[in-house]
Design a protein around this ligand. Structure first.
Ligand code: URA
Length: 243
């Protein structure tokens, strides 16, 4: 943390607005490293102990929630020991350490959330919360009603049966189909393996929805934006609904 004026520090701690913090200082209610401070010019940093009315205060950690349109050929990771490009490298101008919420395959694009809020990540990725994820897949051939039924019943993969899932053909691309797939698990390469199991292998895969949040159509691959407050609370609400 960079050094900053005491009143800004107090505002960051959530103690008061900057203006009210100035009044608190002038009233002699604030001490820095045991010494009461009544002037405004004092600067403080991470090593200083600041107290208000004798009680130590610390800045609230700035919680950050981001949606990115992950391009193909980028790892869903904060770093890679093999030097491959990582999704976190695409976020410029944010000083907090960010982590992806779950993963998308190297060759999958689309909606990925990034945050520094571990509790948020835990809620949205823990299997027990069963958040629905929506994918758009270009598949070889065209799935039929029988395939849709198999998805709805759940099908068996080499690591066991899946939960019921949704498969809908939403378009065509030459001899191939565009399918919407919705699953509420997050097993390794699950959508690809489910479509392989019905003999319609994936040619292209993109995630378009994570729980109640949709990929912002204005975000080109590699672009990102902060989640709005209503999106963060809808996500937490979706996890809570399954608690
Ligand atoms: N399912 C997959 O097969 N790949 C992903 O990246 C996400 C879900």
């Amino acid at each position: 943390m960079e050094e900053m004026r005491l009143q800004k520090y107090l505002a960051l701690c959530g103690v008061a607005s900057r203006r009210s913090a100035e009044t608190m200082i002038a009233d002699g209610r604030v001490s820095v490293n045991g010494v009461t401070v009544t002037e405004m010019g004092v600067k403080v940093g991470a090593k200083d102990v600041v107290r208000v009315d004798g009680k130590a205060v610390k800045p609230e950690r700035n919680k950050i929630y981001i949606m990115i349109n992950k391009p193909v050929g980028v790892l869903s990771a904060a770093s890679d020991d093999r030097g491959r490009p990582c999704v976190v490298d695409l976020i410029e101008g944010v000083n907090e350490r960010l982590y992806p919420v779950g993963r998308l395959d190297y060759d999958t694009s689309g909606l990925l959330l990034l945050t520094n809020d571990g509790e948020f990540t835990q809620k949205l990725t823990h299997p027990s919360f069963e958040i629905w994820k929506t994918y758009e897949a270009v598949v070889r051939g065209e799935p039929n009603e029988g395939n849709v039924k198999r998805f709805a019943e759940g099908l068996t993969l080499d690591d066991g049966p899946t939960l019921p899932a949704l498969l809908t053909v939403i378009g065509h691309k030459g001899n191939n189909a565009i399918a919407e797939v919705r699953i509420r698990e997050g097993r390794n390469r699950q959508v690809r393996r489910m479509l392989e199991a019905i003999h319609h292998p994936v040619l292209k895969l993109r995630r378009v929805g994570f729980g109640p949040v949709e990929l912002d159509p204005d975000l080109k691959p590699g672009a990102w934006r902060y989640l709005r407050e209503d999106e963060v609370s809808k996500l937490l609400g979706a996890a809570r609904a399954n608690e």
